[in-house]
Design a protein. Structure first.
Ligand SMILES: *[C@@H]1O[C@H](CO)[C@@H](O)[C@H](O)[C@H]1NC(C)=O
Ligand SMILES: *[C@@H]1O[C@H](CO)[C@@H](O)[C@H](O)[C@H]1NC(C)=O
Ligand SMILES: *[C@@H]1O[C@H](CO)[C@@H](O)[C@H](O)[C@H]1NC(C)=O
Ligand SMILES: *[C@@H]1O[C@H](CO)[C@@H](O)[C@H](O)[C@H]1NC(C)=O
Length: 318
């Protein structure tokens, strides 16, 4: 027991040294385990092991989290303890604590989001998802917000598209969000689920900090317009323990090309991105120029802001 408690203190001391008061950032497929959550997990675990830890006894840096300790002690101590006892989960926490030292002053905090995403995809396991999910479902933490002006109300989105044309399998060929769209590869599919809903599946590879790649799969059901025509689809899903709400806005849909913009939220982090979907592994030049024109209408410079997904990577089958 002593050893376990001691190791908490070593970790906490390490995190305290690394802690600088930067805003925590973070939110398509957002890895919302932040540095402040890492600290919070440790507080919860310490509190559990030592029975009572007056907050005055905690290292001062630890009190800077936006965590509701009552909430954590009531609902999440077991999950926090399981995480701290687990090697990979602990490694994830110390990896996340290094993101604290980043000085990312940009409004969308892409660097900070990338740092947390890299730690999570490299070390994520059930223990990390469980503690993250526990905090999220009980509203035990409030992340420092990353506000974003969504472009949802832009007049360019006013023309309904025939979303029935989206049925079937697609390749993501170009993406906007450097953290959540620019994967080595991503495949998507859309299929009818029942009279009022469709199912969206995404399979993608993310690079890990250890030089490998990790395969992920995400599924979400979304309401389907009765006549197949829509300007947007909205859906909620849970990813790595955290619930998300997302809205996809269509700039163009035909049977061989989809151009969409999305804006979403997980906890208090907002994020936006965009995708070009083709039936083939890479988009022909006329698709790329159509997409570039469509994004220009909503103030996004395609050449500057989009990445091409690597067309020659092995990719999971759908
Ligand atoms: C903290 O969490 C407890 C338990 O969930 C809740 O009753 C209380 O209202 C929360 N406090 C704040 C400030 O949100
Ligand atoms: C939408 O596309 C589907 C499939 O291509 C087609 O069957 C349907 O008639 C189209 N709907 C409209 C309103 O154009
Ligand atoms: C269709 O599926 C969705 C998602 O699973 C579900 O919420 C909804 O109740 C279903 N609707 C019908 C009519 O079965
Ligand atoms: C998603 O969640 C929000 C907030 O809980 C809710 O208002 C909205 O209706 C949900 N949307 C769908 C498509 O389930």
């Amino acid at each position: 027991m002593a050893n376990l408690v001691q190791s908490f203190f070593i970790l906490v001391a390490f995190i305290s040294v690394c802690w600088t008061p930067v805003a925590d950032a973070g939110g398509a497929k957002v890895n919302n385990v932040t540095p402040s959550m890492a600290r919070t997990i440790l507080i919860a675990a310490m509190s559990h092991e030592m029975d009572t830890v007056a907050s005055a006894d905690l290292p001062s840096s630890l009190t800077k989290t936006e965590a509701n300790t009552t909430c954590i002690m009531t609902y999440c101590t077991d999950a926090a303890l399981d995480c701290v006892k687990d090697q990979a989960c602990r490694t994830a926490l110390s990896c996340l604590s290094t993101c604290d030292s980043l000085e990312d002053d940009s409004p969308d905090k892409i660097e900070l989001q990338k740092c947390t995403a890299d730690c999570v995809v490299t070390y994520e396991n059930e223990a990390l998802d469980a503690v993250n999910g526990c905090f999220d479902s009980h509203d035990c933490i409030a992340l420092t917000p990353i506000p974003l002006a969504c472009r949802d109300t832009h007049p360019a989105f006013s023309i309904p598209q025939n979303v029935t044309d989206m049925e079937g399998a697609w390749w993501a060929t170009w993406g906007k969000n450097a953290v959540y769209d620019c994967y080595p590869c991503q495949r998507l599919s859309f299929s009818p689920l029942n009279a009022s809903s469709w199912l969206y599946t995404s399979k993608y590879l993310t690079p890990t900090l250890e030089g490998g790649v990790r395969a992920y799969e995400l599924q979400a059901a979304f309401p389907w317009p009765a006549d197949g025509m829509a300007t947007a689809i909205a859906f909620n899903y849970t990813y790595q323990g955290m619930s998300h709400g997302e809205e996809w806005r269509f700039l163009h849909v035909d049977p061989s090309l989809v151009v969409l913009y999305y804006c979403g939220q997980g906890n208090t982090w907002q994020y936006e991105g965009g995708l070009v979907l083709s039936r083939e592994r890479s988009s022909p030049p006329d698709h790329v120029s159509l997409a570039a024109e469509a994004f220009a209408k909503i103030g996004i410079d395609f050449e500057e802001e989009f990445c091409e997904l690597q067309p020659n990577r092995p990719c999971p089958a759908l």
